[in-house]
Design a binder for this molecule. Structure first.
Ligand code: COA
Length: 335
Protein backbone atom coordinates (compact mmCIF):
# COMPACT_ATOMS: atom_id res chain seq x y z
CA UNK A 1 0.00 0.00 0.00
CA UNK A 2 1.46 3.34 -0.99
CA UNK A 3 1.30 6.34 1.34
CA UNK A 4 -1.80 8.49 1.12
CA UNK A 5 0.02 11.50 2.52
CA UNK A 6 -2.71 14.05 2.84
CA UNK A 7 -2.72 16.50 5.67
CA UNK A 8 -3.46 14.12 8.53
CA UNK A 9 -2.95 15.47 12.02
CA UNK A 10 -4.77 13.10 14.27
CA UNK A 11 -6.41 9.81 15.06
CA UNK A 12 -10.03 9.04 15.71
CA UNK A 13 -11.41 5.86 17.40
CA UNK A 14 -14.14 4.39 15.23
CA UNK A 15 -14.85 0.89 16.48
CA UNK A 16 -14.06 -1.86 18.96
CA UNK A 17 -14.49 -5.61 18.91
CA UNK A 18 -13.63 -8.69 20.94
CA UNK A 19 -13.87 -12.44 21.10
CA UNK A 20 -13.41 -15.04 23.83
CA UNK A 21 -13.54 -18.84 23.58
CA UNK A 22 -16.55 -20.67 25.02
CA UNK A 23 -14.70 -22.97 27.43
CA UNK A 24 -14.81 -21.58 30.97
CA UNK A 25 -12.19 -22.72 33.50
CA UNK A 26 -13.40 -21.71 36.96
CA UNK A 27 -11.24 -21.44 40.08
CA UNK A 28 -13.05 -24.50 41.45
CA UNK A 29 -12.04 -26.49 38.38
CA UNK A 30 -8.37 -25.35 38.64
CA UNK A 31 -8.34 -26.58 42.23
CA UNK A 32 -8.98 -30.09 40.86
CA UNK A 33 -5.62 -29.80 39.06
CA UNK A 34 -3.34 -27.93 41.52
CA UNK A 35 -3.37 -27.32 45.26
CA UNK A 36 -5.30 -24.04 45.41
CA UNK A 37 -8.75 -22.71 46.23
CA UNK A 38 -11.34 -20.29 44.88
CA UNK A 39 -10.90 -18.20 48.04
CA UNK A 40 -7.09 -17.92 47.61
CA UNK A 41 -7.26 -17.01 43.93
CA UNK A 42 -10.05 -14.47 44.36
CA UNK A 43 -8.49 -12.73 47.33
CA UNK A 44 -4.98 -12.53 45.76
CA UNK A 45 -5.95 -11.74 42.17
CA UNK A 46 -9.67 -10.90 41.77
CA UNK A 47 -10.00 -13.67 39.17
CA UNK A 48 -12.93 -16.13 39.29
CA UNK A 49 -12.68 -17.76 35.89
CA UNK A 50 -10.87 -17.58 32.54
CA UNK A 51 -11.55 -18.72 28.97
CA UNK A 52 -9.51 -21.49 27.36
CA UNK A 53 -9.13 -21.96 23.61
CA UNK A 54 -10.30 -25.17 22.05
CA UNK A 55 -8.99 -26.41 18.71
CA UNK A 56 -11.02 -23.90 16.68
CA UNK A 57 -10.06 -20.85 18.78
CA UNK A 58 -6.46 -20.25 17.77
CA UNK A 59 -5.02 -16.71 17.60
CA UNK A 60 -5.93 -16.38 13.90
CA UNK A 61 -9.56 -17.16 14.56
CA UNK A 62 -9.89 -15.10 17.76
CA UNK A 63 -8.07 -12.15 16.17
CA UNK A 64 -10.25 -12.38 13.06
CA UNK A 65 -13.49 -12.38 15.06
CA UNK A 66 -12.37 -9.41 17.17
CA UNK A 67 -11.24 -7.46 14.09
CA UNK A 68 -14.47 -8.20 12.23
CA UNK A 69 -16.67 -6.86 15.03
CA UNK A 70 -14.51 -3.72 15.32
CA UNK A 71 -14.77 -3.14 11.55
CA UNK A 72 -18.54 -3.65 11.68
CA UNK A 73 -18.85 -1.04 14.43
CA UNK A 74 -16.75 1.37 12.37
CA UNK A 75 -18.99 0.57 9.38
CA UNK A 76 -16.02 0.41 7.00
CA UNK A 77 -15.84 -1.05 3.53
CA UNK A 78 -13.26 -3.83 4.00
CA UNK A 79 -11.26 -2.62 0.98
CA UNK A 80 -10.56 0.74 2.64
CA UNK A 81 -8.40 -0.77 5.40
CA UNK A 82 -4.72 0.09 4.91
CA UNK A 83 -3.01 -1.49 7.91
CA UNK A 84 -3.56 -4.43 10.29
CA UNK A 85 -1.25 -4.92 13.26
CA UNK A 86 -1.67 -8.02 15.41
CA UNK A 87 -0.10 -7.85 18.86
CA UNK A 88 0.53 -11.39 20.03
CA UNK A 89 3.14 -13.54 21.74
CA UNK A 90 1.40 -16.75 20.75
CA UNK A 91 0.96 -16.59 16.95
CA UNK A 92 -0.61 -19.52 15.14
CA UNK A 93 2.28 -19.18 12.70
CA UNK A 94 5.70 -18.00 13.90
CA UNK A 95 6.19 -16.19 10.59
CA UNK A 96 3.18 -14.05 11.48
CA UNK A 97 -0.54 -14.51 12.00
CA UNK A 98 -1.69 -11.08 10.81
CA UNK A 99 -1.58 -12.07 7.10
CA UNK A 100 -4.03 -14.94 7.73
CA UNK A 101 -6.38 -12.52 9.45
CA UNK A 102 -6.03 -10.09 6.54
CA UNK A 103 -6.91 -12.86 4.08
CA UNK A 104 -9.86 -14.09 6.12
CA UNK A 105 -11.23 -10.54 6.39
CA UNK A 106 -10.70 -10.07 2.64
CA UNK A 107 -8.82 -6.83 3.40
CA UNK A 108 -6.86 -7.06 0.16
CA UNK A 109 -5.47 -3.51 0.36
CA UNK A 110 -4.10 -3.78 3.89
CA UNK A 111 -0.52 -4.48 4.85
CA UNK A 112 -0.54 -6.81 7.86
CA UNK A 113 2.13 -7.80 10.35
CA UNK A 114 2.61 -9.09 13.91
CA UNK A 115 4.17 -7.20 16.79
CA UNK A 116 5.43 -8.91 19.93
CA UNK A 117 5.70 -7.12 23.26
CA UNK A 118 3.84 -9.54 25.56
CA UNK A 119 1.27 -7.80 27.77
CA UNK A 120 2.38 -4.35 26.51
CA UNK A 121 1.86 -5.56 22.94
CA UNK A 122 -1.53 -4.04 22.25
CA UNK A 123 -0.49 -0.61 23.54
CA UNK A 124 2.76 -0.72 21.56
CA UNK A 125 0.82 -1.74 18.43
CA UNK A 126 -1.74 1.02 18.94
CA UNK A 127 1.04 3.59 19.27
CA UNK A 128 2.77 2.18 16.16
CA UNK A 129 -0.43 2.30 14.11
CA UNK A 130 -1.25 5.82 15.28
CA UNK A 131 2.19 6.99 14.12
CA UNK A 132 1.57 5.57 10.62
CA UNK A 133 -1.78 7.38 10.57
CA UNK A 134 -0.53 10.70 11.90
CA UNK A 135 2.46 10.55 9.55
CA UNK A 136 0.12 10.45 6.58
CA UNK A 137 1.11 6.97 5.40
CA UNK A 138 -2.24 5.29 5.97
CA UNK A 139 -5.83 6.29 6.64
CA UNK A 140 -7.49 3.28 8.27
CA UNK A 141 -5.97 0.73 10.64
CA UNK A 142 -7.15 -2.22 12.67
CA UNK A 143 -5.11 -2.98 15.78
CA UNK A 144 -5.66 -6.41 17.30
CA UNK A 145 -4.46 -7.93 20.58
CA UNK A 146 -4.89 -11.72 20.72
CA UNK A 147 -3.23 -14.37 22.84
CA UNK A 148 -3.57 -18.03 23.64
CA UNK A 149 -1.35 -18.35 26.71
CA UNK A 150 -3.15 -21.53 27.80
CA UNK A 151 -0.91 -23.39 25.35
CA UNK A 152 2.21 -22.23 27.24
CA UNK A 153 1.06 -22.17 30.85
CA UNK A 154 2.59 -24.75 33.18
CA UNK A 155 -0.66 -26.28 34.37
CA UNK A 156 1.18 -27.84 37.32
CA UNK A 157 2.50 -24.49 38.62
CA UNK A 158 -0.11 -23.04 40.97
CA UNK A 159 1.82 -19.76 41.28
CA UNK A 160 1.22 -18.86 37.63
CA UNK A 161 -1.48 -21.07 36.06
CA UNK A 162 -4.27 -19.35 37.98
CA UNK A 163 -3.59 -16.01 36.27
CA UNK A 164 -3.90 -16.52 32.54
CA UNK A 165 -6.66 -16.99 29.98
CA UNK A 166 -7.26 -16.66 26.23
CA UNK A 167 -9.03 -14.00 24.18
CA UNK A 168 -8.82 -11.21 21.64
CA UNK A 169 -9.80 -7.59 21.22
CA UNK A 170 -9.44 -5.01 18.45
CA UNK A 171 -9.82 -1.32 17.71
CA UNK A 172 -10.53 0.35 14.36
CA UNK A 173 -8.77 3.72 14.13
CA UNK A 174 -8.77 6.34 11.42
CA UNK A 175 -6.60 9.32 10.46
CA UNK A 176 -8.31 12.67 10.49
CA UNK A 177 -7.28 16.22 9.66
CA UNK A 178 -9.78 17.80 12.06
CA UNK A 179 -8.74 16.80 15.59
CA UNK A 180 -6.53 14.34 17.48
CA UNK A 181 -8.04 11.89 19.96
CA UNK A 182 -4.70 10.16 20.50
CA UNK A 183 -3.54 12.72 23.04
CA UNK A 184 -0.16 11.33 24.09
CA UNK A 185 1.88 8.27 24.97
CA UNK A 186 5.06 6.97 26.55
CA UNK A 187 6.79 3.58 26.33
CA UNK A 188 9.62 1.89 28.22
CA UNK A 189 11.69 -1.32 28.21
CA UNK A 190 14.06 -2.75 30.80
CA UNK A 191 15.54 -5.97 29.43
CA UNK A 192 17.78 -6.12 32.51
CA UNK A 193 14.76 -7.29 34.51
CA UNK A 194 13.56 -9.58 31.71
CA UNK A 195 14.13 -12.78 33.68
CA UNK A 196 11.13 -12.01 35.93
CA UNK A 197 8.74 -13.22 33.23
CA UNK A 198 9.68 -15.41 30.27
CA UNK A 199 8.40 -17.85 27.71
CA UNK A 200 11.82 -19.04 26.54
CA UNK A 201 12.66 -21.20 23.58
CA UNK A 202 13.43 -24.83 24.29
CA UNK A 203 15.83 -26.17 21.69
CA UNK A 204 16.98 -29.73 21.30
CA UNK A 205 20.41 -30.32 19.85
CA UNK A 206 20.39 -32.58 16.83
CA UNK A 207 22.58 -32.98 13.79
CA UNK A 208 21.84 -32.41 10.10
CA UNK A 209 24.84 -34.32 8.76
CA UNK A 210 28.16 -35.28 10.37
CA UNK A 211 29.77 -32.35 12.23
CA UNK A 212 26.87 -29.95 11.55
CA UNK A 213 24.56 -29.51 14.52
CA UNK A 214 21.27 -27.69 14.62
CA UNK A 215 18.77 -26.84 17.31
CA UNK A 216 15.24 -28.03 16.75
CA UNK A 217 12.67 -25.37 17.61
CA UNK A 218 10.16 -25.24 20.42
CA UNK A 219 9.16 -23.33 23.51
CA UNK A 220 9.08 -24.18 27.18
CA UNK A 221 6.40 -23.01 29.60
CA UNK A 222 5.79 -19.60 31.17
CA UNK A 223 8.30 -18.85 33.92
CA UNK A 224 7.38 -16.10 36.34
CA UNK A 225 8.66 -14.48 39.52
CA UNK A 226 5.24 -13.24 40.65
CA UNK A 227 6.43 -11.07 43.52
CA UNK A 228 8.99 -9.19 41.40
CA UNK A 229 6.48 -8.66 38.58
CA UNK A 230 3.98 -7.36 41.12
CA UNK A 231 6.51 -4.90 42.59
CA UNK A 232 7.50 -3.74 39.09
CA UNK A 233 3.89 -3.07 38.10
CA UNK A 234 2.81 -1.14 41.21
CA UNK A 235 5.94 1.03 40.98
CA UNK A 236 6.34 1.74 37.25
CA UNK A 237 2.71 1.98 36.08
CA UNK A 238 1.72 4.94 38.32
CA UNK A 239 5.01 6.66 37.48
CA UNK A 240 4.57 6.46 33.70
CA UNK A 241 0.92 7.52 33.91
CA UNK A 242 1.71 10.45 36.23
CA UNK A 243 4.47 11.59 33.90
CA UNK A 244 2.23 11.34 30.84
CA UNK A 245 -0.65 13.22 32.47
CA UNK A 246 1.75 15.97 33.52
CA UNK A 247 3.32 16.18 30.05
CA UNK A 248 -0.08 16.47 28.36
CA UNK A 249 -1.25 18.96 31.05
CA UNK A 250 -4.07 16.77 32.37
CA UNK A 251 -5.09 16.27 36.02
CA UNK A 252 -6.10 12.82 37.17
CA UNK A 253 -9.60 14.14 37.92
CA UNK A 254 -10.03 14.84 34.19
CA UNK A 255 -9.63 11.11 33.51
CA UNK A 256 -12.99 9.40 32.98
CA UNK A 257 -11.59 5.86 32.87
CA UNK A 258 -8.42 4.16 34.03
CA UNK A 259 -7.93 1.15 31.76
CA UNK A 260 -4.93 -0.89 32.87
CA UNK A 261 -3.68 -4.20 31.51
CA UNK A 262 -5.76 -6.70 33.48
CA UNK A 263 -3.13 -8.59 35.45
CA UNK A 264 -4.30 -8.56 39.06
CA UNK A 265 -7.10 -6.59 40.81
CA UNK A 266 -4.67 -5.62 43.57
CA UNK A 267 -2.40 -3.99 40.95
CA UNK A 268 -5.38 -2.08 39.49
CA UNK A 269 -6.47 -0.88 42.96
CA UNK A 270 -2.95 0.12 43.97
CA UNK A 271 -2.34 2.16 40.77
CA UNK A 272 -5.76 3.82 41.12
CA UNK A 273 -5.01 4.76 44.73
CA UNK A 274 -1.63 6.22 43.82
CA UNK A 275 -3.15 8.31 41.00
CA UNK A 276 -6.12 9.29 43.21
CA UNK A 277 -8.54 7.85 40.65
CA UNK A 278 -11.66 6.49 42.42
CA UNK A 279 -12.63 2.81 42.13
CA UNK A 280 -15.76 3.61 40.02
CA UNK A 281 -13.48 4.87 37.26
CA UNK A 282 -11.22 1.80 37.16
CA UNK A 283 -12.33 -0.60 34.44
CA UNK A 284 -11.99 -4.27 35.33
CA UNK A 285 -13.18 -7.55 33.84
CA UNK A 286 -10.42 -9.67 35.38
CA UNK A 287 -12.98 -11.65 37.31
CA UNK A 288 -14.33 -13.21 34.09
CA UNK A 289 -11.23 -13.50 31.92
CA UNK A 290 -8.03 -13.30 34.00
CA UNK A 291 -4.92 -12.04 32.21
CA UNK A 292 -5.32 -12.50 28.45
CA UNK A 293 -1.98 -10.78 27.73
CA UNK A 294 -2.13 -8.56 24.61
CA UNK A 295 -5.92 -8.89 24.54
CA UNK A 296 -6.83 -7.39 27.93
CA UNK A 297 -6.96 -3.69 26.99
CA UNK A 298 -9.10 -3.93 23.81
CA UNK A 299 -11.25 -6.69 25.38
CA UNK A 300 -12.05 -4.41 28.32
CA UNK A 301 -12.48 -1.38 26.09
CA UNK A 302 -14.93 -3.18 23.82
CA UNK A 303 -17.02 -4.34 26.78
CA UNK A 304 -17.22 -0.80 28.21
CA UNK A 305 -17.99 0.78 24.82
CA UNK A 306 -20.76 -1.73 24.10
CA UNK A 307 -22.42 -1.35 27.53
CA UNK A 308 -22.25 2.48 27.17
CA UNK A 309 -19.89 3.09 30.10
CA UNK A 310 -17.32 4.61 27.72
CA UNK A 311 -19.06 7.45 25.88
CA UNK A 312 -18.06 9.74 23.05
CA UNK A 313 -15.28 12.14 24.14
CA UNK A 314 -14.51 10.28 27.40
CA UNK A 315 -10.86 10.55 28.44
CA UNK A 316 -9.17 7.18 28.95
CA UNK A 317 -5.79 6.75 30.63
CA UNK A 318 -4.44 3.35 29.68
CA UNK A 319 -1.31 1.38 30.52
CA UNK A 320 0.09 -1.94 29.37
CA UNK A 321 2.89 -3.71 31.22
CA UNK A 322 4.54 -7.08 31.44
CA UNK A 323 7.28 -9.29 30.08
CA UNK A 324 10.33 -7.65 28.59
CA UNK A 325 10.07 -6.05 30.99
CA UNK A 326 8.10 -3.53 29.00
CA UNK A 327 5.50 -0.96 29.88
CA UNK A 328 3.74 1.98 28.32
CA UNK A 329 0.90 4.43 28.71
CA UNK A 330 -1.44 6.35 26.45
CA UNK A 331 -4.00 9.08 26.96
CA UNK A 332 -6.87 8.92 24.50
CA UNK A 333 -10.30 10.44 23.91
CA UNK A 334 -12.94 7.97 22.73
CA UNK A 335 -14.52 8.81 19.38
N1 COA B 1 -2.98 -21.24 45.68
C1 COA B 1 -2.64 -21.38 46.96
N2 COA B 1 -1.45 -20.96 47.46
C2 COA B 1 -0.59 -20.40 46.59
C3 COA B 1 -0.89 -20.24 45.22
C4 COA B 1 -2.13 -20.70 44.78
N3 COA B 1 -2.54 -20.59 43.49
N4 COA B 1 0.15 -19.63 44.61
C5 COA B 1 1.08 -19.42 45.55
N5 COA B 1 0.63 -19.89 46.76
C6 COA B 1 1.31 -19.85 48.04
C7 COA B 1 2.80 -19.82 47.93
O1 COA B 1 3.31 -21.13 47.78
C8 COA B 1 3.19 -19.17 49.20
O2 COA B 1 3.14 -20.14 50.22
P1 COA B 1 4.33 -20.20 51.34
O3 COA B 1 4.26 -18.85 52.02
O4 COA B 1 3.90 -21.35 52.17
O5 COA B 1 5.58 -20.38 50.56
C9 COA B 1 2.06 -18.18 49.48
O6 COA B 1 0.96 -18.64 48.71
C10 COA B 1 2.38 -16.76 49.11
O7 COA B 1 2.97 -16.76 47.82
P2 COA B 1 3.32 -15.41 47.07
O8 COA B 1 4.01 -15.74 45.79
O9 COA B 1 4.00 -14.49 48.06
O10 COA B 1 1.86 -14.84 46.79
P3 COA B 1 1.46 -13.41 46.31
O11 COA B 1 0.59 -12.76 47.31
O12 COA B 1 2.65 -12.64 45.80
O13 COA B 1 0.54 -13.75 45.06
C11 COA B 1 0.64 -13.71 42.68
C12 COA B 1 1.07 -14.43 43.95
C13 COA B 1 1.21 -14.48 41.50
C14 COA B 1 -0.89 -13.74 42.63
C15 COA B 1 1.17 -12.26 42.72
O14 COA B 1 2.52 -12.25 43.05
C16 COA B 1 0.97 -11.55 41.41
O15 COA B 1 -0.12 -11.35 40.94
N6 COA B 1 2.08 -11.11 40.79
C17 COA B 1 2.04 -10.44 39.49
C18 COA B 1 1.99 -11.49 38.41
C19 COA B 1 1.51 -10.95 37.09
O16 COA B 1 0.67 -10.10 37.04
N7 COA B 1 2.06 -11.47 36.01
C20 COA B 1 1.71 -11.09 34.69
C21 COA B 1 2.16 -9.71 34.43
S1 COA B 1 1.76 -9.21 32.83
Amino acid sequence: MEGINFNQIGVSFKGSGSYVPDQILTNQKISQKVDTSNEWIQSRTGISERRISSVKDNVNEMGYQAALTAIEMANWDINTIDLIILATSTPHDLFGSAPSIQAKLGAANAVAFDLTAACSGFLFALITASKFLKGGSFKRAVVIGADQLSSFVDWNDRRSCILFGDGAGALAIEATNEFDNFIGFDMRTDGGRGSFLNLPSKNKKDSIVDEIDFLSGGFSEIQMNGQEVYKFAVKEVPLILEKLLKKMKYNSDQVDWLLLHQANQRILDSVGERLKIPKEKILSNLEKYGNTSAATIPLMMDEAVRDYRIKQNDIIATSGFGAGLSWGAALIKWG
